[in-house]
Design a protein around this ligand. Structure first.
Ligand SMILES: Cc1cc2nc3c(=O)[nH]c(=O)nc-3n(C[C@H](O)[C@H](O)[C@H](O)COP(=O)(O)OP(=O)(O)OC[C@H]3O[C@@H](n4cnc5c(N)ncnc54)[C@H](O)[C@@H]3O)c2cc1C
Length: 261
């Protein structure tokens, strides 16, 4: 893991309340794996760093896609091009991306809200081995859907919005049964209730027998496996989301015992 004083290359409001920030960080960009995250020092008042997923990597730069939810992320919005951000990373296990013969896999990516953040990088990484990549994206409303133009062009995108302003009216999980049967690999990231719904409705969603990986966005304090603040119960014992995750097998997690849901 590296600590880098990264230069901010750009920091724009991509969708309402959601920002895309590009950072110059050669070491982090070189080592980043899809599904990993960084711990960001958002400002001097915030003693704790905030975990944000690696959203994209290009040459010696990487991007963060962050939703403004509190003090830390709000501070990030004020950072200007050319200023520095203290970042630790890359951290976490990331998604398993097995090199396969070209065109082998059908990949189904399920993104709820800001859950698209780590999944765009994953789509980019698995592209060479996929005959198809389907992204199911859910958001509250049309303006909060991640722009299709920023996804790899090979992707087939289907949207759902809570208010019906674009795509299917309802939750992104409503779309899953129509796509899951033909998928070889399924990955998901989104709010905890969405992930819990996947775990508890596998038959209805046609997920039974499929490898389903999820990325958990738990609250975490250190991000380094020291404080045990992000500990969860799994079938193979207690795990720390920062160190052992954030990516887990859907069926490994003991959902009933997730204290923070
Ligand atoms: C591994 C990992 C990767 C993440 N990747 C991203 C990402 O790519 N983009 C992004 O926008 N966010 C991501 N998050 C969530 C992000 O870390 C929090 O939104 C952020 O820490 C909030 O900081 P804050 O100071 O702005 O808000 P705070 O003042 O700390 O909190 C404000 C509100 O946000 C909620 N909140 C805080 N932390 C989390 C959390 N970890 N998960 C869910 N709700 C939270 C709190 O309940 C509170 O109501 C990730 C979290 C983890 C653990």
């Amino acid at each position: 893991m590296n600590r880098e004083d990264c230069e901010i290359v750009s920091n724009i409001e991509l969708m309402p309340g959601i920002y895309l920030m590009w950072l110059q960080a050669p070491e982090i960009a070189r080592r980043a794996q899809a599904g990993q995250f960084v711990m960001v020092a958002c400002g001097t008042e915030n003693t704790l760093r905030r975990p944000i997923s690696i959203h994209s990597v290009e040459d010696d730069r990487f991007a963060l896609l962050y939703a403004v939810v509190g003090k830390g992320t709000e501070r990030l919005t004020h950072l200007q091009n050319g200023s520095k951000l203290d970042v630790l990373g890359p951290i976490g296990n990331g998604f398993q991306v097995f090199p396969m013969p070209a065109g082998t896999l059908s990949y189904l990516i399920i993104a709820g809200g800001i859950g698209i953040a780590p999944l765009r990088f994953l789509a980019e990484k698995v592209k060479p081995w996929c005959r198809q990549i389907i992204v199911l994206q859910g958001a509250a409303t049309a303006s909060k859907l991640y722009p299709k133009a920023l996804l790899p062009k090979e992707i087939s995108l289907t949207a759902a919005t809570d208010d019906g302003s674009a795509g299917h009216k309802g939750f992104v999980t409503d779309l899953i049964p129509s796509f899951a049967t033909t998928a070889d690999v399924i990955v998901a990231c989104g709010p905890m209730p969405m992930l819990k719904y996947l775990a508890e409705n596998q038959t209805r969603l046609k997920l039974t027998g499929k490898p389903v990986s999820i990325s958990l966005e738990m609250r975490m304090a250190c991000g380094l496996g020291v404080c045990y603040g992000c500990t969860i119960r799994t079938k193979s014992g207690l795990k720390q989301v920062c160190k052992d995750g954030p990516v887990f097998d859907l069926n490994e997690v003991i959902w009933d015992e997730m204290a923070r849901i």
